[in-house]
Design a protein around this ligand. Sequence first.
Ligand SMILES: Cc1cc2nc3c(=O)[nH]c(=O)nc-3n(C[C@H](O)[C@H](O)[C@H](O)COP(=O)(O)O)c2cc1C
Length: 441
Amino acid sequence: MAIERHPAARVEATGELHRLLMPGVTRRESLLEYRGRGGYAPEGWAWSPEELRDRIAASGLRGRGGAAFPTGRKWHGVAARPGPRVVLVNAAESEPASAKDRILLLRRPHLVLEGALLAARAIDAREIVLYLHANATAVRDSLDLALRELRAARTPAPRLRIVTAPPGYVAGEASAAVRRANGGPAKPTSKPPRPSERGVGKRPTLVQNVETLANVPLIARHGPEWLREVGAPSLPGTLLVTLSGAVNRPGVYEVPSGMPLQRIVDDLGGGVVGGASVQAMLVGGYFAGWLGPEALAQGARLEPESLRAWGVSLGAAAIVVVPDWICGLAQAAWLMRFFADESAQQCGTCLSGTRAMAAVFAKLLRGTASPAACDRLHLWAERMLPGRGACGHLDGAATAARTALQVFADEISQHARAGGCGRPETVILPGFDGGDLDVTA
Ligand SMILES: Cc1cc2nc3c(=O)[nH]c(=O)nc-3n(C[C@H](O)[C@H](O)[C@H](O)COP(=O)(O)O)c2cc1C
C-alpha cells in the first residue's frame, strides 16, 4: 500500500460548508468575479475603524495561524499603540502538513486582500506587507495579479508590498516575519518587544494569518453573529483542515470547528488507506502533538478545548493520519530530527534541546536507549524545555516528544525488547516544502 508523502501537491479543496472556499472557485478568482460574489460590498465598509474592531471582537474570531489568539483583542491592542501602524499578512505557511493558506491565496486572493485592507482600516495602518516563501511562486503570481487588478480598479489602499523569505519552519513565526520585512534574516527575535509593540519599520504591527483575514470581509458584511452560526462556541466559524497521510481522500476541507476527528477521517478522508486502522495522528501540524486512536474513539473534536484535554493543540488544523501497518515510532523519531534541523540555532537551549531529544528518539527507534536516557527525555519534554525558547519552536518539539512518549509507549517497549517492530519505517510525514502547490482539483 502506498501513501503519498506530499498529497498537498494535488490537493482537492472542498468541504461541508462553503464560506471561504467556494464550490465553483477552482482557479484564481478575478476581482470582477469576487465583486460578483459580494466582495467589497459597501455594507462591509460602512463601519468606522472602532466599529470594525468591535465587530471582529464580538464575532469571537480567533487566529488560524496556530495560537488561536482572539483577533479582536489583537486589533484593539495594536490600535491602542501610537501610529503609524502596519499589517503583516502571514502567508508563509511554514507548516509542512498544511496547504490551506496557499489554496486560499491561489483561489481567492481578493478575499484575503480585502481582509487585509479592512484590518488596515481598523487599526489605521499605512502599510500592508504580504509575507510568503520565495519558492511559492504560483502564490506570488496570484497575489501580483490581484494587486494589479486592485490598482487598475483604483481601489483605495495603503502601501502594499510583497516580502519573501527562504524556506524554513521558523520563518513563519511572527517576529521572524517582521525581522525579514525589516531586511534581516527570517529568524525569530526575543520578546519583548512583540511585533504589536515594535514591528515592521519599528511600527506597531498586526501579524495575521491568511485564513484569519479571509474571515474578516464576511464578518464585516454579514455581522458578528454570522461567524457564530457554525462551529464550536470556543472557536466560532469554519476551519480549513489539511488532511493528509494514510487517508483515501487527502485534501483541504472546510468544516465547522468542533467536528469529531473520526468524522473527518471517515467521511471527508474516505477512511484509512486499505481499510487499515489509525495508529496515531498529528492534529494541528508538527508542533501540536500526537494523538492516539482512543482519542478518536472517545469523540475528540477539532476545537481547542477538546484537543487540550488530550494534551494536544489545534495549531493550523493540519491533520496527518498514520496507519497501523507502518512503524509509528519511525514517524516520531523523524519528526524530532525535523525539529532539530529546523531550529533557528539562535538559542543554545533550542539547539541543544532539540538535538538531544532527537538523539534519544533515534536510539528508542533502534531499541538502544538506556533507562537513564529515557528518564532524561521525559524530564526535558515534560518539564525542563517547555517555555524556554525565544519562539514556539522548542515548545513544539517538547510537545511532539511528550505526546510521542505517551502515544507510542507500547511501540517503544517493543523496540526496546526486539530492536524494532517489524513494520516498515517508511516516513509518511511531508518534509519541508513551503513552495508551490499544483492545484488540480
Ligand atoms: C515556529 C513557528 C512557525 C510559525 N509559522 C507560521 C506560519 O507559517 N504561518 C502563520 O500564519 N503563523 C505561523 N506561526 C504563528 C505566528 O507566530 C503568529 O502567531 C500568527 O501568524 C498570527 O496570526 P493569527 O493570529 O491570525 O493566527 C508560527 C509560529 C511558530 C512558533
